[in-house]
Design a protein around this ligand. Sequence first.
Ligand SMILES: NC(=O)c1ccc[n+]([C@@H]2O[C@H](COP(=O)([O-])OP(=O)(O)OC[C@H]3O[C@@H](n4cnc5c(N)ncnc54)[C@H](OP(=O)(O)O)[C@@H]3O)[C@@H](O)[C@H]2O)c1
Length: 292
Amino acid sequence: MAPPSVFRPGLYRDRVAIVTGGGSGIGKAIARELLELGATVLIAARKEERLQEAAAELTADVSGVETAGRIYTKTCNIREEDQVQALIAHAVSEFGGLDFLVNNAGGQFPSPAGAIRTKGWNAVIETNLTGTFLCCREAFSQWMEEHGGSIVNIVADMWRGFPGMAHTGAARAGVDNLTKTLAVEWAHRGVRINAVAPGTIFSSGFDTYGPFFQPVFLAARENIPARRLGTEEEVASSVCFLLSPGAAFISGETMRVDGAGSLWRLNWEVPDHDNMPPYGGRPLPGEDDPGA
Ligand SMILES: NC(=O)c1ccc[n+]([C@@H]2O[C@H](COP(=O)([O-])OP(=O)(O)OC[C@H]3O[C@@H](n4cnc5c(N)ncnc54)[C@H](OP(=O)(O)O)[C@@H]3O)[C@@H](O)[C@H]2O)c1
């Protein structure tokens, strides 16, 4: 059972929110907290059945909260422009507007960069970068340009590159930059846009990684100063803060939710080698010393 929100009950009453990828993991935790705080929440993803199950589960979760909102579902592949347009149009026509957009949907697969095929590269870029852009653009043009709003994009810990997932590192760095651009371009329309960069979060995404990558994922704990993985709820509360009036002067920011992991050791070993000799070939101290 998720812990209760740290924010005041009813904070998001009369607010309408879309959470992409809200049927599982981090997105479901975000949807849950918004729902608990009173919002009308529309969760969107490709798998209808999982969305329905999540909506039923979350409705039951908040059944004891008097000020809780309502949750709805809509299937949408964020890579398909017409489906994104229909998703935003649905929120506006069914619920009378769109105050919050949380671009959480995403996916990738672990692979050394040299083995990523063009098809796989394009799929990851289309989902994580282009899909996020399409959702932002449609939310803006269909509603927020006239009425303002707040957007949070979920990215990742890609600050030092993303060895083992080059495609998603490039896509998320693109979203970080997009966030800054849109914060400037759309400020005069009353739109704030920020991002949250989760570190290694124990979420339902873990199940999709398979037996080879799962131990690597769990071992990330060793490289996090907090000495543990993060939780879905810890990402959700940072999103709820950025959407809130308490963040009214914050836009174009990417908040790291990673237990200081991005400031410490990278979860990637570089094999010992001598394939990057210095210019001129002069040995450096210790380099040619067999005892070193
Ligand atoms: N867990 C972590 O450690 C971590 C760290 C950094 C960033 N993130 C990011 O945080 C987000 C949530 O991750 P998670 O761990 O909760 O994993 P998850 O459970 O796999 O969540 C991904 C969600 O995105 C949806 N989705 C994927 N492709 C989509 C598409 N083309 N159109 C619409 N929806 C799509 C999926 O639903 P359908 O399959 O039904 O479409 C799913 O609900 C992702 O963007 C992930 O990359 C996670």
